[in-house]
Design a protein around this ligand. Structure first.
Ligand code: FMN
Length: 327
């Protein structure tokens, strides 16, 4: 499949996730094999008001391409201006978020709120497509609720206004993250349009990646929650697609080393305490699946400094080493 000049063969993408898909994590995922990454969503209004935090979010590293910058908003002038500002940051794609279900976004008529106003959604999209020369992609959901699933018709109209690819999280806004993603809609959308369709929702294992490709015919698969604290899902899924065998995660020491590298980079970019708190999601996911690990996890998650986290993890790893036999 192609998005503008980018070409992918059964691509596996990292999902945009607020407070998760920051630059350090995107770089780790790219290095380990994610074919494309996207920033956390960025408010178009905040970006054009020059809010420092928002400008920080669109700063990209040289080694993370291909990367998309994701914007949200519902005011045409703001979204267009934010797209132009974002284009200058040098991404490969501008992505528009029409899927965010959280109240502060959706109930103010942005994110998935726009699924109730398809005409406005299309007008905003078309305006952004015209305003930038980069490919514009859209990430959205099925509809507002079960009685208003609009995605098949909407996908066709998005294609008509020039969208380069569509990512579908196969849930309604009302579902938030509950229930199961209805993958059959990904297949229906794929049948209805000729632009690439990126399937998303409830892909938890390498086998799920293969199953989503097979059952929906989608062009790429996007992974969100299953990548938190588990960027190895990308190389594992790639190996699985190639060989049918999941090589499993690396040794715990390797996982901790990658985590610490990501944490150190995060601290170079953000205030230490904030970086450590945000990294808890990753840490909590890494420290699972072993007997007696819950105490270590509880202690590690209480830390607010890099040093504190490092010490807990070092003691944990030392305690796991096989005891040498003397004589
Ligand atoms: C913590 C968190 C933050 C998220 N932030 C965003 C976001 O900024 N933009 C977006 O389009 N989706 C966001 N999402 C939704 C994910 O991109 C994805 O669509 C959803 O989690 C379903 O995929 P999964 O089942 O693989 O997690 C977020 C999800 C989570 C769990």
């Amino acid at each position: 499949m192609r998005i503008g000049e980018l070409r992918f063969e059964r691509g596996i993408f990292l999902a945009p996730m607020e407070d998760v898909s920051d630059r350090p994590f995107r770089r780790v995922c790219r290095r380990l094999g994610a074919d494309m990454v996207t920033t956390e969503f960025v408010s178009s209004e905040a970006l054009i008001r020059k809010v420092a935090r928002s400008h920080g979010k669109i700063r990209l590293a040289d080694d993370e391409h291909p990367v998309g910058i994701q914007l949200y908003g519902n005011r045409e002038e703001a979204l267009v201006e934010a797209a132009r500002v974002s284009e200058r940051a040098g991404p490969d794609v501008i992505d528009i978020n029409f899927g965010c279900p959280v109240k502060k976004v959706a109930c103010k008529g942005a994110g998935s709120g726009l699924l109730r106003e398809p005409e406005l959604l299309l007008r905003l999209t078309e305006a952004v497509v015209r305003a930038v020369s980069l490919p514009v992609t859209v990430k959205t959901r099925l509809g507002w609720d079960d009685s208003s699933i609009v995605i098949v018709d909407l996908a066709k109209r998005l294609e008509d206004v020039g969208v380069a690819a569509l990512t579908l999280h196969a849930r309604t806004r009302k579902q938030m993250f509950k229930g199961e993603a209805a993958w059959e809609w990904i297949g229906r959308v794929k049948q209805a349009v000729s632009i690439p369709v990126i399937g998303n929702g409830d892909v938890r294992t390498p086998a799920d990646v293969a199953r989503m490709f097979e059952t929906t015919g989608c062009d790429a698969v996007m992974i969100g929650r299953a990548a938190i604290g588990n960027p190895w899902i990308f190389p594992r899924a790639k190996a699985y697609l190639r060989t049918g065998i999941d090589p499993g995660p690396p040794e715990r020491a390797e996982q901790v080393a990658v985590f610490m590298e990501q944490l150190r980079e995060a601290v170079r970019e953000k205030e230490e305490r904030k970086a450590v708190l945000e990294m808890r999601k990753h840490l909590s996911a890494i420290l699972r699946g072993e007997p007696n690990i819950s105490e270590v996890r509880a202690e590690a998650l209480q830390q607010t400094s890099v040093e504190g986290v490092r010490d807990v993890l070092a003691r944990y790893l030392a305690g796991r080493e096989p005891v040498g036999v003397c004589g």
